[in-house]
Design a protein around this ligand. Sequence first.
Ligand SMILES: C[S@@+](CC[C@H](N)C(=O)[O-])C[C@H]1O[C@@H](n2cnc3c(N)ncnc32)[C@H](O)[C@@H]1O
Length: 225
Amino acid sequence: MIPWQTLDRADVPGFGELTLHQRGQIFVIRKDGAEWMGSHTHRSEDLLATRACEGLRERDGVRVLIGGLGLGFTLRAALDALAADAEVEVAELAEAAVRWNRGPLGPLAGRPLDDPRTKVLVDDVANVIAAARSRYDAIMLDVDNGPDQSPQFGNPSLYSPAALAKIARGLRPGGTLAIWAAGETPSFLAAFRRAGYAAERVRTGGRGASRGHIVWIGRPVARTR
Ligand SMILES: C[S@@+](CC[C@H](N)C(=O)[O-])C[C@H]1O[C@@H](n2cnc3c(N)ncnc32)[C@H](O)[C@@H]1O
């Protein structure tokens, strides 16, 4: 059996240690020693973008935001779903993840950082959202395990009622918020709706690791400005 190789490591202040590993054609990023994301399956990461970007290819001047670059699969799926004049901003906390995507991870998703429509912001996506006013046609979040927080992979402030209201302010009228989750959070659909979104929960299907993943989709119905 081919052994795992550790290609690089990086400390992300206030977040933890990320390490990049390779075995043959498979790449994995670990956070503080625990596997966080791998290249073997990306069905749910793709679905996050295809659902969020539905109907946007036909529009001019579309701008979307992706929170979390990871291995670049959501970014690739968004680029494939959008027109040539679209702008895709990607907020990524870890500069190392950007570097790895410009290096060994690049071919996995067809080098999406080289696409002229892509703009990378090395920042917390919460800061990018806080500064946005009617800026995005879609916001896609895949920065952790989703609304059901594990202490190790959490961004709890992104899913609170106040955060969901802030995200609504960053969306253009008719815009979409899509949230990736590692599994069910039974109370979240009601919380999403209470925050003013017409919301649904989509099971992503598939086999293996992606089997239980969920994508939450919402469109603000009452604008909170
Ligand atoms: C699970 S991965 C994203 C996977 C990605 N959807 C894909 O298709 O490969 C999560 C990414 O979010 C980044 N991240 C975590 N918290 C963040 C935050 N608050 N703001 C921006 N990026 C964040 C991590 O460094 C990691 O690269």
